[in-house]
Structure formats: C-alpha cells, structure tokens
Ligand binder design. Sequence first.
Ligand SMILES: [Mg+2]
Length: 320
Amino acid sequence: MAAPKAPQRPTAAKPAAKAKPKAPLASANDSSVAVAAPKRTIALVYDFDGTLSPKPMQEYSFLPKIGVDAEAFWAESNRIAREQQADPLITYMHLMYKKAKAAGVRIDRADLVSLGQDVELFPGVEQWFDEIARYIEIRAETPAGSPGVELRHYLVSSGLTEIIEGTRIYHRFQNVFASEYWFEAYDLPYPKRVITDTGKTQYLFRINKGVEDLGQTINQHMPEAARPIPFQNMIYFGDGDTDVPSMAVMRKNGGHAIAVHGGSDGGKAKCYDLFKAGRIDFYAEADYRRGSELFQRTCLLIDRILANIRIDEEIARLSR
Ligand SMILES: [Mg+2]
C-alpha cells in the first residue's frame, strides 16, 4: 500500500476567527537570555461535558429532538465503533445524523447552534468567569508601571462547536477548540474536525505557543522563553478518563490540573483515583460558585501562579 502523502499546507493561512493579541517573542540576540521576560497571561482551560455541564451536550436536545434515548444511543455508537474498529468520536458524529435522517428530521448548522441554549450548566458556571477575574484583580498586586496580569479562558472539547456556540457562556472564551461538521459538502453532515482525548493535547500546546490559528502548524520548535503562556500559568479542568492525556501533559510540563465530579459516588471515586495517580493537583465537586471548594482550590493554584509571575518580575527588575 502506498504511503499517504503528507497533506499540502495552504500557502496563506486564513486569519483566525477572533483577533488575538500577539505576545512579543523573546529576541534570539537578547544578551540577557538567562532572565526570560515575565509571562503575565493565565489560561484556564476546560473540558465541557461533565466538567462545565452535567451531561453530554447532545443529550439536552439533539437526541430528544430525533426521538432517540441517550443511553441506547451511546451504547449503539460505542458498539459500532468497537465492531468496526472505528474512531468512537467520528462514529458518534456520523450516527447522530444518520439517526436524524432516519427520523426525517433535518438539522442544519443554525439549528444545531440554537440547541445550545438548552444545555444545562453546573451551579455557578455563569458567574465563575467574573468571580475569578475579580479574585485575580484583588490578588495580583502588580507594582506600579507593570502591565498587570491577563486572564483567559479556553474550551477544548470533543463535543460540538456548533452546540457550544449556542450556550450562554460561549462569549466568555478566548477560543473554543471542539469537534465540528461540514454542512455543505455531503448528503449527511461530515466531520470537519474531530477532537479525540489525545488530540486535545495539541490544543494545549497551541495555547502554550500562541499558535491558535488552526491553519498554522503546531509542530515547529519554539524555545520555552518564546512561548506566550507557559504551562505553569495554565490550569486544566476535566472530569474523567477522557481528560487523562490532557492532565498528564499539563502536569508533566509544570502546569496544573483539577478534576471535578457531579457529586455521585462513582464520580468521586474517579477523581480520587486521578488524585492518587498524580494526574491532578486537586479535585472537587463541580460547584463553581464563589466560596465553593472548587473555587477555593482554583484560587490556591492561581495564588501560586501569581507568586511565580511576581518572582519572575522581581528577578527581571534586578537584572536590568
Ligand atoms: Mg468530560
């Protein structure tokens, strides 16, 4: 069998959907290379299903709309994937529309986006973004003249971009990396981008390196000092086995990870296993309200990140 050809890279990368501020890159000729410029951007990165929302996002309205029982759907999807040795995520994306077609229900991109409004969020998620910003504002005692600290939120999900776009929190994210469909190419919508458990880690490196335009390759070497958001300024939030590759990447690179659970014994046991295995710094119930254990533990990690930024700032000041 002939080896597949390497995909041709487009000559001009398309601009990213949202304009991102470009962090200045460290100069290779900088004589004070020993002291990297302090990196003042903090990134909180979230899984979606089970982390920000109690159930997989397809269960709130897509599956009910086509008259399909959620449990039976996932069982069938996983069985087909196993039998066909297919990727489970491509399989579910395919099966969803096959079932919709069989039910005579046509769901286009706009329909899918509008389904996002039915997605339930864990308590406090909607207020979380402002509350964490407020906490950082209080704690980041940056000296006069310092540019301060920037907080960003990112979503990396195997769920569907279209549904996430319709949720009430979509505008809170600097960028959303999730699976997505082509709608115009085929009889059935076709996967445009599929984000698998291990594939999620690519997006952590994109955030770390500031290469968020998916038209640009992520594989080029970039020295640590040139990366705008070091892993130590990042916290990953996930809820289980599908997050293990991302948690491992975070922790091995000096970053942080928190596991959340929905309060069930099974969920708690899963978190404890992750904790014992050293995959995470902390775990807590998925209660995002100010004062909750999750809020407090997140703030502890933020305190550590802020202290590191201040230390780097002080060292940079002394070495001027
Ligand atoms: Mg999840």
